[in-house]
Design a protein around this ligand. Structure first.
Ligand code: G3P
Length: 218
């Protein structure tokens, strides 16, 4: 399973990428606005930090402008994935960019039917938003199970399931159990995944006993 950071916080991305556990990054217009940075410059900087794909989202609504935006974003670096919304124009743009060899991440997916359309349009990634479904009382992880099942039934589908809108580490665990290809999570969630009180307690006990020996390894 690949780990992407869902963030435009360069400091956090740099810090967590240093763990070697981060495969890529996803951004969206809200995250860029929150960072206060210049979009193109930020994408370029993030692309230099992580080895894998960095999703950069178009903001136009019509196909022609989306396509022009997508081509411009794809030229920023070799590891840019263009993000388009799951609309008719978005999928038309997905089809065009994919046929040009540009990886496309189709975002704002909330149903299995939408995920089928994205695969048909040649998307490299489909981004179902689990947290936002949970927020309205629906079952976000059930959507992941459906999409994984559907995509697995067709050898010709190469679209990767990129679980997005992650709210807590159990979303990551459940996605892994279902065999999802990628999870994109806020930096805080990746940090939470390290934590367990028994790890901290056990480490403290080991170190206390070790100090009694008076030894050092180096
Ligand atoms: O970047 C797409 C998605 O992960 C957004 O998540 O937390 O805004 O629902 P959220």
């Amino acid at each position: 399973m690949k780990f992407f950071l869902d963030s435009a916080d360069i400091g956090e991305i740099r810090d967590l990428a240093a763990t070697g556990l981060v495969d890529g990054v996803t951004t969206n217009p809200s995250l860029i606005a929150k960072s206060g940075g210049t979009f193109i410059d930020m994408v370029k900087e993030i692309c230099a930090i992580v080895p894998g794909p960095v999703s950069a989202e178009v903001t136009a609504l019509d196909h022609e402008t989306m396509l022009a935006e997508g081509r411009k974003l794809a030229r920023i670096a070799d590891n840019v994935a263009v993000k388009v919304p799951l609309t008719p124009d978005g999928l038309k743009t997905c089809k065009a960019l994919s046929s040009e060899g540009v990886p496309v991440n189709v975002t704002l997916c909330f149903s299995p039917a939408q995920a089928i359309l994205a695969a048909k349009a040649g998307a490299s990634y489909i981004s179902p938003f689990v947290g936002r479904l949970d927020d309205i009382g629906a079952d976000g992880m059930a959507l992941i199970a459906d999409i994984v099942q559907i995509y697995s039934a067709y050898e010709t589908i190469t679209t990767e399931v990129l679980v997005a809108s992650i709210r807590h580490p159990m979303h990551v665990v459940e996605a892994a159990k279902m065999g999802a290809d990628v999870v994109t999570m806020p930096p805080a969630i990746l940090r939470q995944m390290f934590n367990h009180p028994l790890t901290e307690k056990g480490l403290a006990a080991f170190l206390a006993d070790w100090s009694k020996t008076g030894q050092s390894i180096l």
